[in-house]
Design a protein around this ligand. Structure first.
Ligand code: G3P
Ligand code: CA
Length: 345
């Protein structure tokens, strides 16, 4: 289908605040509790990363390797499922979503990914399940009623080429669920994001849902697989942005593409690149990732004290990027972004 010339609709506040993996600064990521908190803290959109189960269901995890964020290692019945695999060129040893049915995954419980930095989150370990996409949509619909506002879904397809190789393509089941829920139009409060290129182009052909091209390091993995020379750096030139704008309405870069840290790890707006200006010239929205409040994630000149878990000058970081012209941001602590936005009005 044609690329709809759609800008913001649905939850329209500017800049757009996306609850990254929910409110993952406060609750273990990609749980209904994390998403619900993000909404009640004022996020415009919540961000489910999706992977596939053995029986073709879409569930929310950042990684198809489950040991990082679930208690699978504590389940003796799944000990024999431990495998060594290479996912997008990275060798991993663990338990993988595509080796589990949804019913099996539902016996697991989420745990905190970074308990040393987020010990409060770890106190919620093993209290919540891995949610399906449908469960997230149901939560969103109910929260829309209680909150009295529209809440968006900013969905990421994780490892789309890998899952395609496993016979578990993500795109058709994703579009099916969105259609069943009336969320498959350009007017719906939905974005679909991907670090790969070809699955976004496929989604553009098959739907009018708004798409976001994520940017990482090196090459999109589908381009590596196909022998293409296309790199994220090429996609960040004026010509590259124009090509992305043929299928996407926006781009999601790492913050460093907009303002790289200096050699001492400091953030200085004087180092702002042309990324936002060139993306805007191609009529692309710019939603960088990821704004995290703890000192351990902040530039050295925005840290407060020596405790890596303590909150640093995250408001200053957000304001520097908002001054650079971004249109939205991903944050693990969406409440802080909401407050920063309200103070800029
Ligand atoms: O999708 C935006 C951002 O979440 C990309 O990074 O690794 O947290 O999914 P990641
Ligand atoms: Ca993501």
């Amino acid at each position: 289908m044609a690329n709809a010339a759609v800008e913001e609709q649905g939850p329209v506040a500017q800049p757009l605040i996306i609850g990254h993996r929910g409110a993952s600064g406060y609750v273990p990521e990609h749980t209904l509790g994390s998403y619900a908190l993000a909404v009640t803290l004022g996020a415009d959109y919540i961000e489910p990363d999706l992977v596939m189960t053995k029986d073709g269901e879409l569930v929310a995890r950042h990684d198809n390797e489950l040991g990082l964020t679930t208690d699978v290692a504590l389940h003796p019945e799944f000990a024999a499922r431990k495998r060594s695999k290479t996912i997008d060129g990275i060798a991993l040893n663990g338990w993988f979503s595509e080796d589990f049915t949804l019913a099996e995954l539902k016996t697991l419980r989420a745990v905190e990914r970074i308990p040393d930095v987020r010990p409060g989150n770890a106190r919620l370990n093993r209290s919540m399940q891995i949610p399906t996409l449908q469960e997230i949509i149901d939560l969103t619909k109910d929260l829309q009623r209680s909150q009295g506002r529209e809440i968006g879904l900013y969905i990421e397809t994780k490892h789309p080429s890998y899952f395609q190789q496993q016979g578990l393509s993500m795109e058709a089941p994703l579009l099916k669920i969105l259609k069943e829920n009336g969320l498959d139009s350009a007017e719906a409060a939905v974005y679909i994001q991907s670090f790969e290129v070809n699955n976004l182009k496929q989604l553009r052909r098959d739907s009018n849902i708004r798409l976001i091209q994520l940017y990482g390091e090196g090459q999109p993995f589908d381009q590596t697989l196909s022998g293409s020379s296309l790199t994220y750096a090429q996609m960040s030139t004026p010509k590259g942005f124009k090509q992305v704008a043929e299928y996407a309405v926006g781009v999601g870069p790492h913050k460093s593409a907009i303002i790289p840290l200096d050699s001492k790890g400091r953030l200085d707006p004087a180092n702002t690149t042309r990324y936002v200006a060139d993306a805007h010239a191609a009529k692309l929205k710019v939603h960088p990732y990821t704004f995290r409040a703890e000192n351990s994630f902040l530039p050295v000149n925005l840290r407060r004290g020596d405790d890596p878990s303590a909150r640093g000058a995250i408001e200053q970081e957000m304001n520097i990027f908002l001054d650079a012209g971004i249109d939205g941001l991903f944050s693990d602590q969406p409440d802080i972004a909401v407050k920063v936005r309200s103070l800029r009005k």
